[in-house]
Structures are given as structure tokens and as C-alpha cells.
Write a protein that binds this ligand. Structure first.
Ligand code: NAP
Length: 515
């Protein structure tokens, strides 16, 4: 019998033993940088002429690894391999499938610092951010394994005289998993293993910005016992390989996490029924956010400022759940801006391999240029209260930026920037603050700092987001504790890490026998 699911505790790097383990892992991984990685199709290494070179965003020119890049023939071969593997895997006992996840979770737990180090080098996560992500990957597997055990077997329905009735959950088929770079381990792991534990087979396309972490994860999963062909990995350009995978008639469902733009495109492509296709494709699409923290006149200002700093600048603001809008009522507007600016000034920007770093680099120089352009545009329309500041020139660094007096409808307050940029918006009163908070096309996370019970109850009802928090940061959802997913253009609200998630990857069969 299994112990009940519990989230993995976070690491305390203030403890010398924990810090030593992380330093050793960074040294170990640094010695392995620059390796060559294949595609994985049907349990085989496959090499291609085209490659993707993954570089450390904080150290321009430091190659983390080079990976084969899939072309159309590889994408097709991967779908065929997954289709073949589905025959046996879909008939494998759900408990046996779940044990593959439990084994992989145990293996990842044992090597957690090593995986953290890969996250530091490939996507510029600080130590605590990397650990939180690796712990989330472990949690997804522990949680989904137990979920499948719960969903296995015959489920009772309303008894009917003279008949035996039951409901069983069956896998769907071949699923395409398309993942972003900002949680290259946890999100890829969660989407892939949830699909696989349900009895589906997977063709995964990681982001071109984080293929090495993906390859390392897939090697671990295969070593944990998933049979050949159940999990296939085909990194490659989204616009080519991604489109082909989504459109292929042999694909039964698509699990995607990424931007609104790409999510909408996948939604449209997947809706088309191609010759030879026997089903309507299911899509699970998790997209962007323009998340807000609301501060009212009764809030504890210092606590609110701490929550805003963690939410806006954790992982350089590159989380779908990041706070990119601070909405403050006029009574405390100046106070909260002052407190946040002061704390943001104290954040150290630098190489995340150094444990004193608060903000590493953004994902690449293209992202840096895009974020800087958004800041420059924001400057001209509003009041910049914090920008610039010391940052190394060895990589794609962007210091924390705060722009105040932003109009609720301004581009800076409406579009996802995905960087360390906070727009501050003034509200007349609490109702106006909620109206502004709800005034974008997104609806992912939100938080309210208040000591007014009526305000909290109003927000509980009216703040229209998938993940709502009171008197705490709006990032850091825990698997099983805060099932995660957003409303409106933030996606299909699939609630990853929640009791409804694995069900999205199954189909129910009702069976009746009359005696
Ligand atoms: P992205 O540009 O949309 O890319 C996501 C994935 O889609 C990548 O693997 C990408 O491949 C692939 N892709 C690109 N074009 C494609 C196409 N035409 N067909 C199929 N796949 C295609 O997003 P990102 O920059 O990696 O990630 C950041 C975004 O993800 C943000 O908007 C963030 O809010 C969102 N996000 C949402 C959640 C959530 O749970 N709601 C969680 C994390 C992140 P290439 O890398 O090869 O282009």
C-alpha cells in the first residue's frame, strides 16, 4: 500500500549540507556540458543532420549541449512508433503503469540536485527556483500515479434491476506533448507522465530553448521502465515539427503549454479532420497570463511588497503565473510603490550558479531585446520608477523594472511581456481594482492583499482567475494542493496537478450486462 501523496518539501540552501550538494552537482554537470544528444524514437537513438545548439543564457557561448533536430520524417516515424507501442501499453495494467511513474519519481528524487544544476545552466534558474521545479516534477509523478490507481478498474454507477452496470476509463491513443522552456522539466514531465500513466503513448516536442533538460528527463523515464516506443522525444522547430505533429491523423490528442499565440494556432489546426482520421482530436491547452496582485487600504504593506517581489521577479518574471500588474487603491498607492521599489533595488542580478543571485538571465538575447522594447514603450506612456541597475554583460540579463501610473488598457497592462517588468495601476477603490484585474483577456492567477473580510469575500466571488490567492504570492502552486490552470485566453483550465487532470487523457466506457 502506498503512503498518501505529499508535496516534496523545498530545499533550504542556508543549510551547509544542502548547499554543498548543490555545488557538487553544479561541478558534476559543468563537466558534462557540450555533449551530443539524439532524438529518441521507438526506444532508439536517432541522429539527424540538423541540430539545435543549446546555450547557457547567462554565459554567452557556453554550450550546454547539441541535440538532433527532427524533420518531418522523424515526426512521422515517432507517431508510428507510438502507435505500435500503444497496442501493448494500453493493455498494461494501470497499476503497472503507475509504478513506472513511482520508480521515476524515486530516481529523480535521488538525483534532484543534478537536475537542478541542468536547469541552472540551460534556462538560468536560481538554486531555489530550480529546486522548486525539480520537486514539482517529482510531485507530478507521485500524484498522477495515485490518480491512475484511483481511476483504474470498474467505477460504480446507479444500480439497475436485472443488470450489471459499470464504467471504465480507457486510454485515448497517441498524444502529442508540446512543452515550453520556462518549466522544461516539471511541465514536460507532468504532461508526458500523466498521458502515459493513463495508457497513452507520447510523442513529445520540447522547446528549442531547453532540449537538453528534456533529453535528460526522457533518459531517466526510460531507465525507470517505460517500454520502448511509449515515450518518444523529437525536438525540432515548433513551426515545422509542431505543425506536422498536431495535424497528423494518427494523433488522438494534443497537450500543449506555451504562449497564447501558439496555443490558438494548435487549437485551430487540431480541429481540422484529415483523411484517415477516425476521431476528433482532444486538446489540453495551457497558455499565458497577465496576472495581477491587488492591494487594498487595509493590507500589510511590507507583507504585500514581499509577495509582489517574489511573484514579479521569481525566475525573472518568466512564469505564466508571474505578477505583471500591481493594482493598488489610491490610499496606499504611493506607500506600496515605494516599498516594492526599495525591495526590488536590493535584488542581485547575475549568474544563477552563484547562490547569492536573485535574478538570472532571461532565456536568450531575443527575449531580452523584446523585453527592453516593451520597457521603452512603457516608459514613454507612463512613469518609470525603477529600471537599469547593475547586471553583467556576459548574458541576457534584464534588471527588475517597475513602471507606475500605467493606464489599465495600456499595452503594458494588457499584453504578456514575460520578463522582470511590473506595471503599477492606480484604482479608485477596491471594486475598481477588481474590475481592472479582470480587464484583460487572460485569467490565470491573481492575489489580493487585504485584512477586510468583505473585500476578500467579494474577490473570492468576482476575481475571475483559475488560481486565486489571498495574502500570499500568486506563484508557486503546489501539485495536489493548488491544481493549476487558467480561464479565458489563459487556456482550457485543465488544472494540472488536480483530480480532474488524468481524466482529460482518458475516455469512459459504459458496460452493461443483462442477466
Ligand atoms: P511558445 O513560444 O508558445 O512555445 C511553446 C512550445 O510550442 C515550444 O515547444 C515551441 O517550440 C512550440 N511551438 C512553437 N510554434 C509551434 C507551432 N506552430 N506548432 C506547434 N508547436 C509550436 O511558448 P514559450 O515561449 O516556450 O513559453 C512561454 C509561454 O508559455 C508564456 O506565454 C507562458 O505564459 C506560457 N506558459 C503557460 C503555462 C500555463 O500553465 N498556463 C505554464 C508555463 C508557461 P519551439 O521552442 O521550437 O518554438
Amino acid at each position: 500500500m502506498l503512503t498518501p501523496y505529499q508535496p516534496t518539501p523545498l530545499a533550504d540552501f542556508g543549510r551547509p549540507e544542502e548547499a554543498r550538494r548543490m555545488k557538487e552537482a553544479l561541478e558534476l554537470v559543468e563537466r558534462q556540458l557540450g555533449g551530443a544528444y539524439p532524438l529518441r524514437i521507438g526506444g532508439d537513438d536517432v541522429w539527424s543532420e540538423a541540430t539545435i545548439v543549446s546555450e547557457n543564457p547567462a554565459r554567452r557561448g557556453q554550450v550546454v549541449g547539441t541535440i538532433a533536430s527532427a524533420g518531418p520524417e522523424h515526426a512521422t516515424a515517432a507517431i508510428e512508433a507510438a502507435s505500435r507501442a500503444f497496442e501493448d501499453w494500453s493493455r498494461t495494467e494501470p497499476e503497472a503503469r503507475a509504478r513506472c511513474l513511482l520508480k521515476a519519481a524515486a530516481m529523480l528524487r535521488r538525483r534532484i540536485h543534478e537536475f537542478c544544476a541542468w536547469l541552472v545552466y540551460e534556462v538560468s534558474k536560481t538554486w531555489p527556483e530550480a529546486y522548486a521545479e525539480a520537486a514539482e516534477a517529482v510531485d507530478f509523478m507521485e500524484y498522477y500515479a495515485r490518480e491512475m490507481m484511483r481511476l483504474a478498474g470498474a467505477h460504480p454507477v446507479t444500480p439497475y434491476p436485472g443488470e450489471e452496470n459499470e464504467l471504465r476509463y480507457l486510454p485515448l491513443g497517441v498524444g502529442v506533448v508540446i512543452a515550453p522552456w520556462n518549466f522544461p522539466l516539471a511541465i514536460l514531465c507532468g504532461m508526458t507522465t500523466a498521458a502515459a500513466v493513463a495508457g497513452n503513448t507520447v510523442v513529445a516536442k520540447p522547446s528549442s530553448s531547453s532540449p537538453i533538460v528534456a533529453s535528460r528527463l526522457f533518459a531517466l523515464l526510460e531507465a525507470a521502465g517505460f517500454p520502448a516506443g511509449v515515450l518518444n522525444l523529437v525536438p525540432g522547430p515548433g513551426s515545422q515539427v509542431g505543425d506536422l505533429l498536431v495535424s497528423h491523423p494518427g494523433v488522438r490528442f494534443v497537450s500543449f503549454t506555451g504562449s497564447r499565440e501558439v496555443g490558438v494556432r494548435i487549437f485551430q489546426l487540431a480541429a481540422q479532420v484529415h483523411t484517415g482520421q477516425k476521431w476528433l482530436k482532444r486538446t489540453v491547452l495551457e497558455m499565458g497570463g497577465k496576472d495581477a496582485i491587488v492591494v487594498d487600504a487595509t493590507a500589510d504593506i511590507q507583507e504585500a511588497a514581499d509577495g509582489i517581489i517574489a511573484s514579479a521577479y521569481g525566475y525573472q518574471g518568466q512564469k505564466c503565473s508571474a505578477c505583471s500588474r500591481l493594482i493598488a487603491v489610491q490610499e496606499v498607492y504611493d506607500q506600496i510603490v515605494e516599498a516594492v521599489v526599495e525591495k526590488a533595488r536590493g535584488l542581485r542580478v547575475g549568474d544563477p550558479a552563484d547562490p547569492t543571485t536573485a535574478l538570472g538571465a532571461v532565456i536568450d538575447d531575443r527575449a531580452r531585446a523584446r523585453i527592453e522594447a516593451a520597457i521603452a514603450e512603457g516608459y514613454s506612456a507612463a512613469r518609470c520608477v525603477l529600471s537599469g541597475g547593475p547586471a553583467p554583460d556576459t548574458g541576457a540579463f534584464v534588471p527588475p523594472t517597475i513602471i507606475a501610473d500605467v493606464a489599465p488598457g495600456a499595452k503594458l497592462a494588457q499584453e504578456e511581456i514575460f520578463g522582470p517588468v511590473l506595471a503599477v495601476i492606480r484604482a479608485r477603490d477596491f471594486s475598481h481594482a477588481l474590475e481592472i484585474a479582470n480587464g484583460t483577456e487572460y485569467g490565470l492567477t491573481g492575489s489580493v492583499y487585504s485584512r477586510d473580510r468583505l473585500h476578500l469575500e467579494l474577490a473570492r466571488r468576482e476575481f475571475h482567475v483559475g488560481n486565486l490567492y489571498f495574502n500570499r504570492k500568486c506563484t508557486g502552486a503546489l501539485v495536489g494542493v493548488q491544481p493549476f490552470g487558467g480561464f479565458n485566453m489563459s487556456g482550457t483550465d485543465s488544472k494540472a496537478g488536480g483530480p480532474d487532470y488524468v481524466g482529460l487523457l482518458l475516455q469512459a466506457k459504459s458496460i452493461t450486462e443483462r442477466f
